[in-house]
Ligand binder design. Structure first.
Ligand code: UDP
Length: 247
């Protein structure tokens, strides 16, 4: 840790981790080593007193809009996708509790034997008590994604920022894995993301964050210490807000 370790900029945040991150280097499924890495990052930030909401995607297991869904109707396939997010949420809960971080899973699809149902006031209470709340099953309806679920819960929980932890350290002009000339944006406005169809998150999620005035911070959760740094405005990331880009 450097001498210039600034104070965190946010008190309560929502971290969205896509399912793809959890598969690590595997082609699909859950890599518990990677889940443990993410859990360590979350645990270290939680120990500083920052209140953390977590939304985990399900793309590492099943997506409604995918080849695996075949000719299944979209609503049923999406329900399977939502169940996938519950599996990931339980894996994350197990990894967090293993390192002593108190958590609660709240699911938008009720399954009381497995997780609490989503109850806004109860979730707020958990956060106040320092528990990490993992929101599973997105918004609980088909035709949505966990990006929308993350935006909705960030707004409902009154989060100061929505952090999108991906395997890339921000939003680029092109796919940095394919185009070596791609450059990273430091800042973007919600409107630029929507107008240029930058595909950082679903348009509905970006629009909800714009209307709620909650900044979206895109960073790489795979880099050690990145979550901690980003909360201090350090390291590499892209911030999406109403502020016009500096350049
Ligand atoms: N899903 C849904 N409604 C929601 C959230 C998720 O129907 O509110 C389904 C949808 O099929 C989606 C899948 O769950 O493709 C997994 O979520 P997502 O694609 O957002 O996961 P990620 O890309 O973040 O891993």
């Amino acid at each position: 840790m450097s001498d210039v370790d600034h104070a965190p900029k946010y008190k309560r945040v929502l971290l969205k981790v896509s399912g793809e991150v959890l598969m690590g280097d595997q082609p699909y499924g859950i890599d518990m080593k990677t889940v443990a890495e993410v859990a360590r990052a979350v645990g270290s930030v939680a120990s500083e007193g920052i209140e953390i909401c977590l939304v985990i995607g399900g793309g590492n297991i099943f997506r409604g809009l995918s080849k695996a869904a075949g000719d299944m109707d979209r609503a049923t396939a999406d329900q399977m996708g939502m169940l996938a997010t519950v599996m990931n949420a339980l894996a994350m809960q197990a990894a967090l509790e293993k390192i002593g971080v108190q958590t609660r899973v709240q699911s938008a699809l009720t399954m009381p034997a497995v997780a609490e149902p989503y109850i806004r006031r109860r979730a707020l209470r958990h956060l106040e008590k320092g528990r990490v709340v993992i929101f599973a099953a997105g918004v609980g309806a088909p035709f949505f994604t966990t990006d929308s679920g993350a935006a909705l819960r960030a707004a409902e929980m009154g989060c100061d920022a929505l952090l999108k932890g991906t395997s890339v350290d921000g939003v680029y002009t092109a796919d940095p894995k394919k185009d070596p000339k791609a450059t990273r944006y430091d800042t973007l406005t919600y409107q630029q993301v929507l107008a240029q169809d930058l595909r950082v998150m679903d348009a509905s999620a970006v629009a909800l964050m714009r209307d709620s005035g909650i900044p979206i911070v895109v960073f790489s959760i795979r880099e050690e210490g990145a979550f901690h740094r980003v909360l201090r405005g350090e390291g590499a990331f892209t911030v999406i807000s109403d502020n016009a880009p500096s350049a």
